[in-house]
Design a protein around this ligand. Structure first.
Ligand code: GLN
Length: 248
């Protein structure tokens, strides 16, 4: 048996960390596969076997995975993804059983109660206490923020490109306070509650924010700390982006 990275899985290893990428055929505008690869790789570097599962929108969602990933998407595919996820019901069951969800942009918006796509208000999954409407302009560019201190992570940096604005209810906490860019509304960025976390930081956000990847792995495995990895390159990129946005 080999891992998704072609390395041998130790004999006798049975319970792999199961990571599901939801609807790559609809929600994968910004290289969202990268988030699955980063999570899988970082788990494996800590000796955890992983199973990477891609579930297309015409397939039923497995309900027993450890981590579910939702990516970004344009309005049409986003609306379709929400309809199919509501009809499927599997993500609700998985969340009720304590699975971790990491959602980016369109995937983040559809976790709320409603969002706007192609001028129409669409029903969301109601898994996070938030709703999204449309802003005065598209939010495009670098995004940075100070993450909720309760999560104990370094500043978030990323790239955003969305027309929606997101408004949080009392049961969702902002993921970060914006220092550059727009995020939810120019003041806060993303949201989290329990083991659900959404962000406007696009595509392979976890490549730029490996500490966020490790938070999801800790939530999924119930461990309070993971052995450190060499994150020199992403640390340098973060320092460079934060310096550039401060200077701008
Ligand atoms: N269609 C959504 C919006 O524009 C999400 C876009 C995205 O995922 N990049 O707000």
């Amino acid at each position: 048996r080999t891992s998704p990275y072609g390395e041998p899985v130790p004999a006798g290893t049975t319970s792999a960390l199961r990571i599901v990428w939801i609807y790559p055929d609809l929600l994968s505008t910004y290289g969202d596969r990268g988030n699955m690869l980063i999570l899988g790789r970082r788990a494996q570097q800590r000796g955890m076997p992983v199973e990477l599962i891609e579930v297309r929108s015409d397939q039923p969602l497995p309900t027993t995975a450890d981590i579910y990933l939702l990516g970004g998407g344009e309005d049409g595919p986003q609306a379709l993804a929400a309809q199919r996820l509501i009809a499927d019901g599997g993500l609700h069951r998985a969340v009720a059983q304590g699975s971790v969800v990491f959602a980016v942009c369109a995937g983040y918006q559809l976790l709320g109660s409603s969002f706007v796509a192609k001028g129409t208000t669409c029903a969301g999954l109601q898994l996070l206490d938030l709703h999204s409407d449309r802003g005065p302009s598209r939010a495009v560019g670098e995004l940075a923020g100070e993450i909720d201190p309760r999560l104990g992570l370094p500043p978030l940096t990323g790239f955003e490109n969305h027309g929606g604005r997101t408004h949080l209810g009392p049961d969702a906490a902002p993921l970060a306070r914006v220092t550059t860019g727009i995020g939810n509304d120019g003041a806060t960025e993303g949201a989290w509650r329990g083991k659900l976390l959404g962000t406007y930081s696009h595509g392979p956000a976890l490549a730029r924010n490996p500490a966020l990847a490790d938070l999801l792995l800790r939530w999924a495995t119930g461990t309070s700390a993971l052995p450190p990895l060499d994150d020199t390159w992403s640390d340098r990129l973060r320092a460079e982006r934060l310096a550039a946005t401060r200077a701008a």
